[in-house]
Ligand binder design. Sequence first.
Ligand code: SAM
Length: 231
Amino acid sequence: MSFDHISSLYPTMERWMAGPCMHKARVACLNELHEPKNVLLVGEGHGRLLIEMLRRFPDAQTTCLDSSMGMLENAKRAMITAGFSEERCRFIHADALSWQPDEPARFDLITSCFLFDCFPQSDLERMIRHLSQAAKAQAQWLVADFQIPRSGMARWRGFVIVKLLYLFFRLATGIKATELPQHSSLMRHAGFALATQKELEFGLLFSELWQRDTALPQFKEGSSGIRASSL
Ligand SMILES: C[S@@+](CC[C@H](N)C(=O)[O-])C[C@H]1O[C@@H](n2cnc3c(N)ncnc32)[C@H](O)[C@@H]1O
């Protein structure tokens, strides 16, 4: 999978296809965040959330991790255009499924917006388990993504939109996923509890804030997979 082919088009595509909706989902829970010291933005793409983070948390150390060099360049350019110096963010070109941070349990905020939907369930399980090892005991995790609304016309509308998105992104980037994965049980197994949940666009988008609770049972290295429930 690579987003390099579409990295230069991605910001325009988002503007044309979704208007302000996706960005509303990215920022919907930001007021609920505890001030972080160390932020990891995974699959940050074009950098719109990065800019919000830099504005809100001027003292935080910020790291962007993305497997697409084109997307990282977009984010860096957006940050500089918005008036921030390059030193405000560390950019890492790596696969989130295998990336090893310099030190474990370092980040008190992880963000993943419109990233989980790129992965089939088994890869998402691996990724959440892997990244959760980079999170501090009291870390927060911000997740925004698509979902299929529960009922009515909104459900049909959501179903069609999500199908078309998968068709496009499978052709354009080669993502393996064909349907939205189920992340909630994986987050809970990684020791996170849902603190805030918001729905937008008639239930097509969600924004969630997960809080790590060290009292909850967590993944152990080598533990077996978790079964996904279907949509
Ligand atoms: C659909 S885009 C979402 C971009 C942005 N977060 C947003 O809110 O629109 C998915 C992003 O995740 C990145 N990505 C996909 N797979 C990845 C992986 N295995 N490791 C790190 N980044 C990945 C892509 O390069 C791309 O920037």
